[in-house]
Design a binder for this molecule. Structure first.
Ligand code: CMC
Length: 392
């Protein structure tokens, strides 16, 4: 009895049916609701992509305006929520604060929430999309000891976020369209990626009927790890540690050494084995941003390009099909935008929130939905008796 298929890491188990995102890892194809990521990244705004992921179709002009208005109406957080920040040390990692504060939203929006109601689920989606950027920016301001910035609803979603993050109440904020577009694209490229670890976590948490704000928080916790969303921050730390192109060889050798746990951060992917289509778009954005800011000769960027070149020519990386992933470049772009590296994963969470909530919604609406309850292959002791007088 108890013989189940053993599939550690779920490399060959489909946990659900889904109509949101399609990936062909061999061909390097990524589609949201059928649309290629390249077209969405070039032609749509992040909020259009959010609408698409949540509702299944791209919005027309009026639908988009209505959606944007709806989101801007919910950008503020309850004033009581600011108290949660004060319980954290100023040097706390922003992802730790995110877990605490986004989790706390579940206490604010619990009673009037019927997850069986499509309308209530949409309300949760709107609230999360609207409030997560405010909370991410608050995390940053809190760690810097600066006053929190209120959202400004005449600005676009990304402009508003950049202002809350990077401006101060004493100065006028002038959005730079190239930089705004770059961040918009980062959010689009991170918006969904089918059943990745954090999305699967959100589904599993949600399968018990738990509060959606709590479920999204479970996703944030999972995203934090360096093998997942923590990679963009880890890339920057790695580049800083390497420090100079002359030292790249040492790190390539460390990455190849079986006895050394070091891995090249921002390289490799469970699904993409030829190239990560997001990485190509992110690389282009990287060039645009560095050009706009006159940072083409930035030593960190040069180091990244040289590391990429050497790794792509190395037999180990070729044989194991390890290519730069989206996070290899997103870290460099965010760094150029003036965003500190410890905020990178929180920004990934901001982009992925729409994916998490779309999957949660799809799962709750699925008539075949059951509580997620994996089985196991038991490897422990067989039945035995507690020795007489044990511990007494
Ligand atoms: N550097 C050096 N060796 C690597 C790397 C790397 N970055 N990635 C994989 N390998 C090796 C690994 O040691 C293993 O070798 P062997 O077969 O000899 O044991 C082989 O390649 C296969 O690796 P795996 O860990 O079995 O593959 P996986 O599908 O479980 O892991 C991964 C995928 C993304 C966790 C892994 O490639 C990795 O740790 N990369 C670095 C972290 C990173 O950039 N993560 C971001 C992923 S993209 C954004 C996101 O989805 O969150």
């Amino acid at each position: 009895a108890g013989m189940f298929t053993y599939d550690p890491g779920f490399t060959s188990t489909a946990s659900c049916r889904s109509s949101i995102t399609y990936i062909d890892g061999e061909a390097g194809i990524l589609l949201y609701r059928g649309y290629p990521i390249e077209q969405l990244a070039m032609q749509c705004s992040f909020l259009e992509v959010c609408y698409l992921l949540l509702r299944g179709e791209l919005p027309n002009f009026d639908q988009l305006k209505e959606f944007e208005r709806n989101i801007t109406m919910h950008t503020m957080v309850h004033d009581q929520l600011t108290n949660f920040f004060k319980g954290f040390r100023r040097d706390a990692h922003p992802m730790a604060i995110m877990v605490g504060v986004v989790g706390a939203l579940s206490a604010f929006y619990h009673d009037a929430l019927d997850i069986r109601s499509k309308c209530d689920r949409e309300m949760s989606a709107i609230r999360l999309l609207a409030k997560v950027p405010t909370i991410v920016a608050m995390c940053h301001k809190y760690s810097a000891g600066s006053p929190f910035m209120y959202p400004q609803n005449k600005l676009s979603y990304v402009e508003n976020f950049m202002r809350m993050m990077l401006a101060t109440p004493c100065e006028e904020y002038e959005p730079n369209p190239v930089l705004v577009r770059a961040l918009d694209r980062i959010l689009i490229l991170h918006a969904d990626h089918e059943q990745n670890a954090s999305t699967s976590t959100v589904r599993l948490a949600g399968s018990s009927g738990a509060n959606p704000f709590a479920c999204i928080t479970a996703g944030i916790a999972c995203l934090w790890g360096a093998a997942h969303g923590g990679a963009n921050e880890a890339v920057l730390h790695m580049l800083e540690e390497i420090g100079d192109t002359s030292r790249i060889g040492i790190y390539i050798n460390k990455a190849k050494d079986k006895d050394d746990p070091f891995r090249l951060m921002g390289f490799g992917h469970r699904v993409y084995k030829n190239h990560d289509p997001r990485a190509k778009l992110m690389r282009e954005t990287c060039y645009e941003v560095l050009g706009e800011l006159g940072l083409q000769d930035d030593p960190l960027f040069k180091l990244a390009l040289e590391l990429e070149r050497i790794a792509l020519e190395d037999e180990y990386f070729i044989e194991k099909k390890l290519y730069p992933n989206v996070d290899f470049y997103s870290g460099i772009v965010l760094h150029a935008l003036g965003i500190p590296s410890k905020m990178f994963t929180a920004i990934f969470a901001m982009g992925r929130t729409v994916g998490w909530i779309s999957h949660w919604d799809e799962m709750i609406a699925d008539p075949e939905q059951k509580i997620g309850r994996p089985r196991q292959l038991y490897t422990g002791a067989t039945r035995r008796d507690v020795p007489a007088r044990h511990g007494r």
